[in-house]
Design a protein around this ligand. Structure first.
Ligand code: PLP
Length: 385
């Protein structure tokens, strides 16, 4: 079988060859396999040096300093550490998040609700899916301790104005956590200018390996550890540092910084081409907002005749998700699309295309030609019966 064209970069990105090469060097006897916490010999010290370089590379992409980077197992853990870590220190209070966050945030907030915290789930603007700063402002209460919002939505690609929200939370002394798993490498991030206290990152969304992530914790702040042990990472996250994963993420983020400005314009052209072409062929409804979004996503519902036939044709040539990878196992309409006010049936007829470093116009043409052929065959069939 011909391999499918990969248009599911929002679920995982391939590791760049130069990244995997650096990772391999951290594993073997003639490489940097030592424990970065072993300070009494060069095996450990060399590994520690590499970990520090990676810390710096990740910090550079988000305007942080290296000592503010806490290594975790991924953005899921980072979200848990940020939200539970702030809540447990505060002991009680109110949290503001949105109904279209990643499950790592939603499920963590639900857990805290059971423990007595109160949580407001902001509903996005119908149609665009945007969470607006005014919505946050209206939800703030005297006992609000934390606002947790994603910078880029992982299903529809919309961008939240975190700078404006950050100014607001900063003035009111409320902690601000941002899940930037889908924003890193796509948008400039400056945690200082944006007044972000905590920021979650994932390696495998940015051409690094899976199983590694970061929580940026502002140096004025401390969060309650969720993993106890050797007191690694300023006591906020214990566990032997996974040198190869860390070095991989650092290298991937260094490359992301170099590519930051060039990729968006290239992908925007591809995304608009796909959107316009699909629009000409059949009836689609956009989920999201093409202006206030990153160019890596196109989420559309097929709402015309033969919607399911077209979706099946698409799935025959490209690897895509009908929803986020975490939701698609559940076969439930996406909580993001339902949050947008989509009827469940349209939510189930939606496709998230997500583009990345290896996406080409030729790939999109292959897809479009396949759909065109499907529609022609269908028309001929209908004419003859
Ligand atoms: C992928 C993703 C996560 C989870 O990251 P992992 O590293 O896979 O745990 C969290 N939030 C968002 C927005 C994501 O896209």
């Amino acid at each position: 079988m011909k391999p499918l064209i990969y248009l599911d970069y929002a679920a995982a990105t391939p590791v760049y060859p130069e990244v995997s090469k650096k990772m391999m060097e951290c594993l073997s006897i003639d490489g940097f396999f030592g424990n970065p916490a072993s300070s009494s010999h060069h095996y450990g010290v060399d590994a520690q040096t590499l970990v520090q370089q990676a810390r710096q590379d990740v910090a550079d992409l988000i305007g942080a300093t290296a000592n503010e980077i806490i290594w975790t197992s991924g953005a899921t853990e980072s979200d848990n550490l940020a939200i539970k870590g702030v809540a447990e220190l505060a002991q009680s209070g109110h949290i503001i998040t949105s109904a279209i966050e990643h499950k790592a945030v939603l499920d963590t907030c639900a857990k805290l609700e059971k423990k007595g915290f109160s949580v407001t789930y902001l509903q996005p603007q119908t149609d665009t899916g945007l969470i607006l700063p005014e919505m946050v402002e209206q939800a703030i209460r005297a006992d609000t301790i934390l606002v947790s919002l994603m910078m880029v939505n992982n299903e529809i690609g919309t961008v939240t104005d975190v700078k404006k929200i950050g100014e607001m939370t900063y003035q009111k002394g409320i902690k601000f956590h941002v899940d930037a798993a889908q924003a890193a490498g796509k948008l400039p991030i400056d945690v200082r200018a944006m007044h972000i206290d905590l920021l979650s990152l994932s390696g495998h969304k940015v051409y690094g390996p899976k199983g590694i992530g970061v929580l940026y914790v502002n140096s004025n702040l401390h969060v309650e550890a969720q993993m106890h042990g050797g007191g690694h990472e300023n006591g906020m996250r214990s566990g032997t540092l996974a040198t190869h994963q860390i070095v991989g993420m650092g290298e991937a983020f260094k490359i992301a910084k170099e590519k930051l400005n060039s990729e968006q314009s290239r992908l925007k052209e591809l995304r608009d081409y796909l959107f316009n072409s699909l629009n000409e062929m059949t009836t689609i409804q956009l989920n999201g907002d093409l202006d206030q979004s990153v160019a890596n996503y196109l989420n559309v519902s097929f709402t015309g005749d033969d919607a399911l036939g077209i979706i099946n044709a698409i799935k025959h040539v490209v690897a895509i998700s009908s929803s986020s990878a975490c939701n698609s196992k559940l076969k439930k309409p996406s909580h993001v699309l339902v949050g947008l006010g989509r009827e469940a049936v349209f939510a189930n007829q939606s496709i998230r295309f997500s583009f990345g470093g290896y996406t080409t116009k030729a790939q999109l043409d292959t897809l479009l030609n396949y759909i065109k052929k499907h529609l022609e065959l269908k028309k001929r069939f209908v004419t003859f019966v």
